[in-house]
Design a protein around this ligand. Structure first.
Ligand code: MBD
Ligand code: FE
Length: 282
């Protein structure tokens, strides 16, 4: 049973905005005046420079103003920022890592998904559409020592490209779950292969994409957070070799180290793939 209604910009945007505000309420930090001054002044200077070089008109300025207002009304700030800005924040945050590569979290992570020991089957509907996928591997330190008890949390879109809790009609934790690695640091996750994700075309981000002549697609991807006590949590995504939009992700979040090439599952149906994670010491 595929989802019948699609995820409207307003519904997924409102859910993503609300989720982000919950997270921020828990994590408020005081502003560093000098830092705010430097970052905001330089950002504004960059905007002023664009206006001068392109001789931006009042018509364009007013179009920008009304678009910015509408992004907020649509709840699409989380989507806009994670698609067009987060990849550079992630690059800077993780440039000193020796272990597994990270990439952006995006707007659709929800903490608290169901957890399993050693082997997980992600919560899914009876007859969940999509090619079954066994995703397995080990979690180790940068020295190659296994990390028993490491946590591998996965969330992803279904075979129609929709995320539970951000599209109507899906069970709460559909295709969201965590597995705790066994005594050898090993884990196995049974799921189904996701579809490419199209940014909602009916909201402000969609209007920007159409106005600029861009496309609205992210390649099919699995989101992961991998963690272990005493080690740095890594947030990452994995993609499928040769699948559409791996070369032109609208969110600029694909890296060569993040490609999967699943093969037909031994003696079963669907595909399987192995991917090992290496965690930096905290
Ligand atoms: C996604 O599924 C996603 O991962 C990102 C980064 C942005 C929009 C939708
Ligand atoms: Fe995603």
């Amino acid at each position: 049973p595929a989802t019948v209604a699609s995820a409207s910009a307003a519904a997924s945007g409102a859910a993503a905005t609300e989720r982000f505000r919950d997270k921020r309420r828990a994590a408020h930090s005081p502003a560093d005046t000098a830092r705010v001054d430097a970052l905001v002044s330089e950002t504004l200077a960059a905007v002023h420079d664009v206006i001068r070089r392109h001789k931006v008109t009042y018509a364009e300025y007013d179009a920008l103003k009304s678009w910015l207002i509408q992004v907020g009304l649509d709840g699409e700030w989380p989507l806009f920022l994670d698609v067009w800005v987060e990849h550079v924040v992630e690059e800077v945050a993780n440039e000193d890592r020796q272990g597994s590569k990270g990439t952006i979290e995006g707007p659709y992570y929800v903490p608290g998904s169901p957890s399993f020991d050693g082997t997980a089957t992600l919560p899914m509907r009876d007859g969940e559409p999509g090619v079954p996928l066994l995703f397995q591997g080990t979690v180790t330190t940068v020295d190659g020592a296994p990390l028993p008890g490491a946590r591998v949390e996965m969330w992803h879109a279904d075979a129609a490209g929709f995320y539970s809790q951000y599209a109507p009609g899906l069970p709460e934790w559909n295709l969201r779950g965590a597995v705790v690695a066994d005594e050898k640091g090993g884990f196995r996750i049974h799921t189904v292969e996701p579809a490419p994700y199209q940014i909602p075309t009916d909201g402000s981000c969609g209007r920007l994409i159409a106005a600029a002549g861009w496309h609205a697609w992210r390649p099919a991807h699995l989101h992961l957070k991998v963690s272990a006590p005493g080690h740095r949590l890594i947030t990452t995504q994995l993609y499928f070799q040769g699948s559409s939009h791996v070369e032109d992700d609208i969110a600029s979040a694909v890296k060569p180290e993040l490609m999967l090439a699943p093969s037909p599952a031994a003696g079963g149906h669907g595909n399987e793939v192995t991917y090992d994670f290496v965690l930096d010491r905290a």
